[in-house]
Design a protein around this ligand. Structure first.
Ligand SMILES: [Zn+2]
Length: 355
């Protein structure tokens, strides 16, 4: 009996199993049971999307560089995209760095002597020392001079300066300025205010003060377009002082002669003429007398301690016009004496003989 029941139970089990199998099979065919079908569909989709991904990756590979090097070799790319204040002036050039010798002027020094000692042109003393070209008396004892290493001008860079402008100002080639190594000029040749640029071969222009003409002095009359002086000189000149102790001769930066002598010594007119200036001069001459000789010549007498003539006054050759002194830019009592021909400073020694 046990065996029969077992058979029946076993047979019922088969039937149940058969029914379940049949239902599953039917359901699969009609889609009522979606489990298997969905799973298979997903597999298919996922397979397709995998292909699509591969295809995109292939396209991307065409457009972007492939990085197949070791991580340690990765290039460092600075990214300042988050910088709140990006600086458009990314060029940071080197600033000029010049090395100079300094020289302290001693008693008895002459510009020519100093220049010769350092192997530069006398004009180059002006190139390194701009204040000198604005003074009527050049060298003062204990004054510190910048000695440039080569002939040229040391230019103080001003805001707005350009290389082209500087080259034009000194009449030199832009390339010569760039080529000077210590200027540290690299493309795009940025200039920095408050630095100095060496301008090789340049000569600094000398400031020339011009006295008023005879018309503004008074007591003069006009004839045609010209101005008639009150008197015409002899055309020859005598020394304005008794001494011959020259402290500075004529050169580009000092178009005059300096004669050292005790303060209060008499200074006389070198030739007959009309006084056109008698007073203080702010350009370094101190107390100054200018005489116009009516023949194209003018004479200048600087650094006086006293003046004894007035503008418009006639003076004759040898008349006292004042006393020697140490006024203005002066390194000691001396007379600064200029002879100008039609406004151009000439070497007084050519007229006086300084030997
Ligand atoms: Zn002088």
């Amino acid at each position: 009996m046990d065996e029969e029941r077992n058979l029946v139970e076993r047979g019922g089990g088969y039937v149940v199993l058969l029914i379940v199998t049949a239902v599953l099979f039917f359901g699969w065919r009609t889609g009522l049971v979606g489990g298997l079908g969905e799973t298979e569909g997903q597999t298919a989709v996922s397979s397709t999307s995998s292909l699509a991904t591969d295809s995109l990756a292939a396209n991307a590979a065409d457009q972007q560089p492939t990085f197949d090097f070791a991580t340690g070799d990765l290039p460092v790319i600075s990214d300042n995209s988050l910088d709140p204040n990006p600086n458009p002036h990314t060029f940071q050039g080197e600033r000029p760095s010049h090395a100079f010798q300094m020289y302290v002027v001693k008693r008895g020094d002459t510009p020519n002597g100093i220049a010769e000692r350092f192997g530069i042109k006398t004009e180059t003393l002006l190139g390194g020392n701009p204040h000198l070209s604005q003074e009527a008396s050049l060298l003062q004892t204990d004054m510190e001079l910048v000695i440039l290493p080569i002939d040229g001008v040391l230019h103080d860079v001003q805001p707005g300066d350009t290389l082209e402008g500087i080259a034009e100002e000194y009449d030199v080639a832009v390339e010569d300025i760039i080529a000077y190594a210590d200027n540290h000029l690299e493309f795009p040749y940025r200039l920095y205010p408050e630095t100095q640029i060496m301008v090789p071969g340049a000569v600094r222009e000398v400031f020339v003060w011009t006295p008023p003409d005879l018309a503004s002095v008074g007591g003069t009359s006009r004839e045609g377009s010209g101005i008639k002086p009150l008197i015409v000189g002899t055309g020859t000149f005598q020394y304005p002082v008794g001494g011959r102790n020259f402290s500075q001769f004529y050169w580009y930066g000092h178009p005059a002669i300096d004669i050292a002598l005790g303060e209060g010594s008499s200074v006389v007119a070198a030739d007959t003429g009309t006084v056109t200036y008698a007073g203080w001069n702010v350009y370094g001459y101190g107390n100054l007398v200018v005489v116009n000789h009516g023949n194209g010549f003018e004479t200048f007498y600087g650094h006086l301690s006293a003046i004894s003539v007035t503008p418009g006054q006639i003076v004759y050759k040898g008349n006292v016009i004042g006393l020697s002194g140490n006024t203005g830019n002066s390194s000691g009592p001396h007379i600064h004496f200029e002879i100008r021909v039609n406004g151009v400073q000439d070497n007084p020694c050519w007229y006086l003989g300084c030997g």
